[in-house]
Design a protein around this ligand. Sequence first.
Ligand code: 5GP
Ligand code: ZN
Length: 104
Amino acid sequence: MDCIFCKIVNGEFNTEFVYENEYAVVFKDINPKADIHLLVVPRLHVESLNEIEDELLLGKLMMTVKAVTKKLGIKSFRTVINTGKEAGQEVFHLHIHILSGGIN
Ligand code: 5GP
Ligand code: ZN
């Protein structure tokens, strides 16, 4: 499968992970839209919220948001999940954006 985030998860681009656990990796967005712009990406390939069925994984992803923001001392942040092309989803491997600083 030709999925850029699967390749990143598998270390094919030597992307630096600012945080990782059993369920997900977290790395900086290549085209940041805020002072801090991170992506929480599940290790498992799921296209989007429209396809996910695993409640446990969804919970683990949100707890990963909590863990990485705590680790980096980010107290105030916005989370975004784009679902579907018309909503702006460009990478069809589920991910949670974490944005902080320089957003309105
Ligand atoms: P979406 O629009 O699908 O919700 O968000 C995809 C995000 O992934 C975009 O903000 C884009 O900048 C980011 N992105 C796309 N390709 C890469 C990549 O190869 N590396 C990193 N670090 N981010 C990427
Ligand atoms: Zn994938």
